[in-house]
Design a protein around this ligand. Sequence first.
Ligand code: 16C
Length: 256
Amino acid sequence: TKQQQQQVGAGPCKGLSKASQHRLWPEIDRISMEQLRYARLGVGEGGWQLFAEDGEMKMYKREEEVNGMVVDPLKACHVVRGVTGHEMCHYFFSPDVRMDWETTVEQMTVIETIADDTLVFLQVHKRIWPASQRDSLFWSHMRQVPDHNDRDGHDIWIVCNHSTENPGFPSNNGKCVRVSLTVCLVCQTFIDPPKEGVPITRDDITCKITYCSVVNPGGWAPASVLRAVYKREYPKFLKRFTAYVIDQCKDKPIMF
Ligand code: 16C
C-alpha cells in the first residue's frame, strides 16, 4: 500500500522489514508480537515468584517441567538510566558485540542474514557439568513498535529470539544437544521533560526493560543443577549486559 511504501522509505525500522519477503516472516512477525504482549503483562498474576533482586532489577520465575525437564519461564524487570530502548536493543541484537557481554556462549555464528534487523544465529554454549554441551539455533529480530497506550508516544523496541531449524545445521549430530528457546527483550524510553530550549542529555533518560525467557534443555539435565545454574546466570547476565550498554553509550550521541 501507499502507506507501507511511505513507511519503508522513512527508515529501516519504520514499517515493513525487508525480512517480510522471507519464508520465516509470518512466524517471526507472529511470535515477536506475541512476545511483546506477553512481556507487557505484569507479574501480579500468573504465579510469578521473585527469585532474585538487586536494586531496581527484579527476576521472577515459574517452576514448570515438560517430560521431567525443567523449563521454568523467567521474567525480569529493570530500570536503567542514561540509555535508550533503541540502544539496549541494538547491543542485545548485534552479533559484533555478542561475545563482549554474553558469558554462556563459547562460539557464535550468523548462519543467515534475512535482513538488517533479522539474523539467524548458531551458538555453542559453555558446558555445564555433568550434562552434555548445548547449542542453539535461532532467528533474532529487532523492531520498533509504536505504543498506542502512551500519549507521549514513547516507542517501544523489542528483540525477539526464537528457535528454528536449518537443514544445513541439524541438531544433535555431534557432541551438542540442541536447546530450544524463546527470549525477548522489550525496552521503553522515558524522557524527563527538560527546560525549554535545553537539549536532552543522558541524565534526562530512563529505560524500562523487560526480559522474558523460556529455555527447554532439549535432553536430560539434572533439575537441581539446572535451577542452580539459571539462578546464578540470569542475574549475572542482566547486570553485566546493562552495565555494558551504559559503558558503551556514555561518550556517544544518544540514539533515539
Ligand atoms: O538472552 C540471552 N542471550 C541471547 C544471546 O546469546 C540469547 C541466548 C539465550 C541462551 C539460552 C540458554 C542456553 C543454555 C545453554 C547452557 C548454558 C550454559 C551456562 C554456562 C555457565 C557457565 O537469547 C542471555 C542469556 C542469559 C543466560 C541464560 C542461562 C540460562 C540457563 C538455562 C539452563 C539451560 C539448560 C542447560 C542444560 C544443560
